[in-house]
Design a protein around this ligand. Structure first.
Ligand code: CMC
Length: 427
């Protein structure tokens, strides 16, 4: 017999099934809570709420484990490329050579973006934040691909997925080129997926594009490390938007908006701006540590802390090592890296951070690598979105294939009770 959890309230007992995941995580299934007890649960920020069952990503915040479809992130970051990882996340298995080839060929075939999209991009001021531009362009894509809205078969779903995997890198590149005042560039079908992204972003109008393996490998690894992270803020946004059967592209656009915030993906930009501010202020890390600990100061140490990781973030460990290697290989000496390391050292020994289990997260060192690769600070969160694309797609696909109901939380109302309307002249 399956385990049950008992809830006792006002002398009555109610039983609820206990669900066990493949990694032995236990959850109380409260689907029938309201219909049997008349009560709901209250959990702001969903700190204790599982919104779905998912077979995509496993993470154990206490042990610092992150796995995509059962494969450790460390192994994937070292041995796979981003396109393989995207296929793995979306379809559940690592592709064989034929499957990977077909996936890539299908993507290449769809990589054009309608010329009229350029007019939409043109309408933005150069100063517009790239995340706002990216979110708008992703939404605008629907107008040019209307058949990707109403997904009624797995074939439609595959097409929508291929289309966005193909067109998103073009939008990412165009977003950056617009900001830099560079002519918009199209990709080159002879290049790998990440290499093509890099070429579209950086090709100068009057120069031939030359591949730099160190740069492409670093970018590939960063994209893999960001590719999925189970039910975080933006992914939950994608799933909840898609749960109304809004199309894939708008669901992604909503996810991009959610990612933008500095408590989520926007932290990578905020980290670099913080490190630059510390450098400009004479490099006094202790001063900023004190600010972060002061409850009367809204300042937080950006790139530190995580809702789930309470020991270490495995992605941060890989990125820290990569930052050293990439800067070394490219022959770059960045004083910001030593400030980051100094800040980390002080924080890891400080009781405030130790007691609250606050460790560097994925965003703490990623910006230093992006900077070394020549990516402007405001584009950092766009790069996060590029990496997270396959994870969002996989989560949206899973949600649709499982036929999940529309997401619609309840609330505990704490406002006024019923009262009579007062006419304007009597208020
Ligand atoms: N600096 C100073 N204090 C902090 C920090 C920080 N970065 N993070 C958490 N705390 C304190 C917080 O004030 C609270 O203290 P107390 O218990 O005394 O009230 C305690 O630690 C717990 O924090 P919380 O806000 O309840 O934790 P949370 O799970 O709601 O928030 C977080 C997690 C990531 C939003 C938060 O740690 C934070 O704001 N970090 C900085 C922003 C950041 O780096 N975000 C990137 C997250 S990783 C990438 C991604 O998934 O997007």
């Amino acid at each position: 017999m399956k385990d049950k959890a008992t809830l006792e309230y006002q002398g009555k007992k109610f039983e609820f099934p206990v669900v066990e995941g493949t990694e032995k995580e236990l959850a109380i299934d409260i689907k029938k809570l309201r219909s049997t007890t008349g009560m709901i649960t209250l959990d702001p920020g969903y700190k204790n709420t599982g919104s779905c069952e998912s077979a995509i990503t496993y993470l154990d915040g206490e042990k610092g484990i992150l796995r995509y479809r059962g494969y450790n992130i460390e192994e994937l970051a070292e041995k796979a490329d981003f396109l393989e990882v995207a296929y793995l996340l979306i379809f559940g298995e690592l592709p064989n050579k034929e499957q990977l080839h077909k996936f890539h060929e299908d993507i290449k075939h769809e990589s054009h973006v309608d010329e009229e999209m350029k007019k939409i991009l043109d309408a933005f001021p150069k100063s517009a934040h790239p995340m706002g531009v990216l979110s708008s362009l992703t939404s605008a894509l629907i107008a040019f691909n209307p058949s990707s809205v109403n997904i009624t078969s797995e074939k439609d779903m595959y097409h929508a997925i291929i289309r966005i995997m193909a067109k998103f890198p073009v939008l990412v590149a165009w977003t950056m080129r617009k900001q830099k005042g560079l002519p918009l560039d199209y990709g080159d079908d002879n290049l790998g997926y990440v290499e093509n992204l890099h070429k579209m972003m950086f090709k100068r109008p009057n120069k031939e594009y030359v591949k730099n393996k160190i740069v492409i490998d670093a970018l590939d690894q960063l994209l893999i490390l960001h590719a999925d992270h189970e039910q975080n803020c933006s992914t939950s946004t994608v799933r909840i938007t898609g749960s109304s059967h809004a199309g894939l592209f708008v669901s992604l656009s909503a996810g991009i908006s959610a990612l933008w915030g500095p408590l989520h993906g926007g932290a990578n930009q905020a980290v670099l701006e913080m490190l630059e501010a510390i450098a400009a202020d004479g490099g006094d890390t202790q001063k900023y540590m004190n600010k972060a600990k002061d409850k009367n100061d809204p300042f937080r140490l950006m790139g530190f802390g995580h809702r789930v990781y309470k020991n270490f973030d495995p992605r941060a460990k890989i990125i820290k090592r990569a930052a050293d290697e990439v800067l070394g290989d490219l022959g770059i000496e960045d004083p910001i890296l030593s400030i980051a390391k100094g800040l980390e050292k002080v924080a890891l020994e400080d009781p405030y951070f130790v007691d609250r289990k606050l460790y560097p997260n994925v965003d703490f060192y990623s910006g230093i690598i992006y900077r070394a690769l020549g990516i402007p600070t405001e584009m950092f969160t766009v790069m996060f979105a590029m990496g997270r694309l396959p994870g969002w797609i996989a989560q949206w696909r899973e949600m649709r294939l499982r036929g999940e109901p529309i997401g619609r939380p309840r609330q505990v109302y704490i406002g006024e009770n019923q009262r009579p309307f007062v006419p304007l002249n009597k208020r």
